[in-house]
Design a binder for this molecule. Structure first.
Ligand code: NAD
Ligand code: DAU
Length: 350
């Protein structure tokens, strides 16, 4: 029997990873540790919360004593670490929170794992979930590879780069059995509507302006969240000790082109005349330090571990839009309260 700690399991990607592991591995005990910040929502896991192999722990990874005693109490065999502050715009408004959670929180978990596993590292695994943003920005051509030099530009990506360095340092210095993956932009159900795709779906639904940063020419490589969760499963079980794997969809979109596709599908789904939603597009001041283009080469993961994305983008974006339209209660709940204040500060004052 394996005891696996998944941090950030109430968030967007974490909830898909928890679901996959709880359902696929009934012999594992899955512990979801989450602080339940604005981005964490236990409603995301309603369908599996009463399964006997699922456990929830409300805790803050910044609390080093709490992390040490949790590891002591549960004797985890593995960690899949997703808990993080994850939104670039919030990192520009408040960098320190990103340092605390993403850097200090990660080091606290590394210390707790090292302490618990000091006499027996065999069969243990600390899996750190990271981002392609650590590699910086590409020009019109080329890809990020696992050995691309780090060049982060936002406080968010700098904090993720720093945590990646600590994970590798604990492997090289203390022999901690680690693995890291760096993934491109995820989309799909349960993503908090501060990120481009769910924000724009919600705004189109309410006939609100669609705030496109700069000229909308920045390029992102989009991957359906369930395919990321599948990659995490494969890497957790088969990835090499100390190795890094890039995960991406080979699915690059200029923001403005992606937004137009969303407008077209939303017009169709909402029974609006073609072209109606596009009129909501509003060009606003660019994001500071805005990276031009991300594109991942996931050849290593595909060749060595046999993972490939399962969904074509046109299918994935339709599924995603349908999910948000048929889960209006979820969307209404997460866009009330503090969200309104965030929205006001991020978009109305700009
Ligand atoms: P998210 O913001 O949706 O979820 C983060 C979760 O972490 C939330 O449930 C939150 O409550 C929890 N959390 C935050 N601070 C915490 C703390 N101090 N202690 C305990 N829990 C805390 O994020 P996401 O988009 O699901 O991203 C998950 C991970 O994947 C992050 O590490 C992120 O850097 C990485 N990642 C995200 C993407 C993406 O496109 N979203 C792509 C690549 C990598
Ligand atoms: O690449 C992986 C990263 O992808 C993850 O590590 C991050 O956690 C995740 O948030 C995401 O970062 P981005 O900054 O790329 O995602 P976001 O959805 O915020 O923005 C996508 C693009 O859309 C980006 O070029 C900025 C633009 N944008 C975003 C918002 C929120 C707009 O034009 N308007 C907006 O209102």
């Amino acid at each position: 029997m394996k005891k696996i700690l998944i941090t950030g399991g109430a968030g967007f990607i974490g909830s898909h990873v928890v679901r996959l592991f709880v359902n696929k591995y009934p012999d594992y005990q899955i512990y979801n540790l989450d602080k339940l910040t604005y981005a964490g929502n236990l409603f995301n896991l309603k369908d599996i919360e009463s399964k006997p192999n699922y456990h929830f722990i409300k805790a803050d990874i910044v609390d080093s004593a709490a992390m040490l005693s949790l590891f002591e109490k549960h004797q985890f065999d593995g960690v899949i670490h997703l808990a993080a502050e994850s939104h670039v715009d919030r990192s520009i408004a408040n960098p320190m929170e990103f340092v605390m959670t993403n850097v200090i929180g990660t080091v606290n978990l590394l210390n707790a794992a090292r302490h618990q596993w000091k006499d027996a590292m065999e069969g243990k695994r600390f899996y750190h979930i990271s981002t392609d943003e650590v590699y910086g920005s590409l020009g019109d051509t080329g890809f990020f590879y696992e050995d691309t030099a780090y060049d982060p530009h936002s406080p968010y990506s700098a904090s993720k780069a720093s945590s990646d360095h600590f994970v590798r340092a604990y492997h090289d210095t203390f022999g901690l059995p680690v693995v890291i993956s760096n993934c491109s932009n995820n989309y799909g159900p349960n993503q908090f509507p501060e990120k481009l795709i769910p924000l724009f779906i919600n705004n189109i639904r309410h006939n609100k302006p669609l705030p496109v940063y700069g000229k909308g020419e920045n390029v992102r490589d989009w991957l359906f969240v369930v395919d990321h969760a599948r990659a995490i499963d494969v890497i957790y079980h088969q990835g090499g000790n100390g190795e890094t794997y890039n995960i991406g969809g080979h699915n690059e979109w200029k923001n403005i082109d992606l937004i137009k596709v969303m407008c077209r599908i939303m017009d169709e789904k909402l029974g609006r005349t073609a072209g109606t939603s596009e009129q909501l597009i509003t060009y606003v001041k660019d994001r500071a330090g805005h990276d031009l283009r991300y594109a991942i080469d996931s050849g290593k993961l595909q060749k060595e571990l046999g993972w490939v994305p399962s969904l074509q983008f046109e299918e994935g974006i339709r599924l995603t839009i349908e999910w948000y339209l048929s889960n209006q209660e979820w969307l209404d709940t997460v866009t009330s309260g503090n969200y309104l204040k965030y929205y006001e500060e991020q978009y109305v004052i700009r």
